[in-house]
Ligand binder design. Sequence first.
Ligand code: NAP
Length: 356
Amino acid sequence: MEKLQVGILGATGMVGQRFITLLNNHPWFEVAKVAASPRSAGKNYAEAVEGRWAMDEDVPSAAKDLVLSDASDIEAMQGVAFVFSALDMDKEDIKKLEEAYAAADIPVVSNNSAHRWTDDVPMIIPEINPEHTDLIDIQKKNRGWDKGFIAVKSNCSIQSYIPAIKPLMEYKPTKMLVTTMQAISGAGKTFESWPEMEDNVIPHIGGENTKSEKEPLKVLGTIEESGLKEYEGLTISAQCNRVAALDGHMADVAVAFESTPSKEDIVNAWKTFKTTAQELSLPSAPDPFLIYTEEEGRPSTKEDRDAENGMAVTLGNLREDTILDFRFTGLSHNTIRGAAGGAILLAELLKAKGYL
Ligand code: NAP
């Protein structure tokens, strides 16, 4: 199969660097073009990331000599089958730019939050709501777009706990109390670039509590003829904390159900959860998607974030709760599953369904 040529907007940033490494030798996609800010435009990739390359592996040789364009230069991206977007700019500017790409027949698979709440833009975690790709047809009709469209992935924090809830929907979860412990790479930082985070916990991440409370209701919603209908009947209260971990977002969750399952029911639902992403054999789909551990002190960021190449969600610490019904801990890799890896899996789903 001939590989699809893809572009990356924001290729030099933390998430952009993940795209570059995860797409190196990808079976379906090949990075053909890269773009970033006007500061980087004109430089070759290796030069532009010198001194701020944050990945464990070296810059892939296939990417080193790619010359960066300015992300606002849409003409420079012509010829690619679609772009991944990982820009850090003013949200309104990102919205306009992503729409301009779609209008120019270049589909956008976005990691940014700018369009997550746009009514006709699907927010997809491929294992959870693959059917939301139907919203793309409504979007194209609304906007008069032919080949172009925008699809987004969700915020990284929710990927540590919504995957655990999806297999339990038949028990009708009604309330969730979520406390997240989020790694510094989620802010595009390392301990070198953010030394104040060493030996520190900060109980604030701008806008994150609201995202963590609201986004699950869109992801768990249904697509009707008129568009997306958010899930009703579940209330989430979230407190998001930045902690001194480099990678890996953890969530401690207490949950109440309308019809309470037993602990065995929960473990069984997690262990047997099969997803469309696995059925379609998408190259980046982890199998299993959910890993349940009974080991004390697990999941832990260092030991579990890389499970299934950073694409699985590890669950543990499951016990009855004294106030709600159950508590558990979930963990996912924020820049892999929660960002670039999740967006690549979404693009694979879109390709398998014929949208790309
Ligand atoms: P980052 O490391 O700060 O990288 C930002 C990227 O955007 C760089 O490539 C930068 O190019 C480019 N950029 C900045 N200003 C620009 C402009 N005016 N025009 C064009 N390009 C511009 O940020 P990040 O952590 O990778 O995050 C990128 C996006 O993903 C953000 O929207 C963030 O909220 C979201 N996100 C991040 C994570 C995570 O775990 N880090 C998870 C989920 C979502 P230069 O190098 O040329 O400045």
